[in-house]
Design a protein around this ligand. Sequence first.
Ligand code: PCO
Length: 215
Amino acid sequence: MEPAPTRLPGPGAPTPHTEPGEPSEERKFRVLVGVTGSVAALKLPLLVSGLLEVPGLEVAVVTTERAKHFYSPRDIAVTLYSDADEWEMWKQRSDPVLHIELRRWADLMLVAPLDANTLGKVASGLCDNLLTCVIRAWDRSKPLLFCPAMNTAMWEHPITAQQVDQLKAFGYIEIPCVAKKLVCGDQGLGAMAEVETIVDKVREILSQLGGSQHS
Ligand code: PCO
């Protein structure tokens, strides 16, 4: 595992102090949540608090600009990164590049919800914002989970299955969408999996990887 960058996830946060020879505090398993502009981003506060209830997890969020429409940052108890942070952090050659720092920092990435637009970008390798840059640079030896969420007509378009299959071919894990009455009134597949299902899947992966034994 690569060393932890000292400034992440809270810019300027102090690193825990340990005396030489003293065992360092066991480090937590780091989950980076990516959130995109589907109405299911309404559930971000619930998702973050669900993840924080899992013992041994540390959580940070990367948001797209469109996703910001659906939640209030005041309801998110963890560090939230967006595109402006990438550009504010980098001023000169020696400065950290945020999307690379984040892909190093995270042990697992969870994209929830993954909207139709970002699904298309990720399937074809486009990276025009902080979130898609983290995914484009993702270390595929670490798990990446994605939770599609979109209107039923979009979900049923044949391009969607092709793109989901492409992500699975990269080794990413789909947490399938479910059928319900969507916010736009349509009834059918396309709703993001329940938060409980998503948190359970993270727990399952965590236990497969041997708990929070990350140092
Ligand atoms: C509707 N689009 C959507 C996107 C997916 N919807 C969902 C659920 C939420 C409520 O349970 C919003 C999480 O319906 O994931 O609704 C029209 S374009």
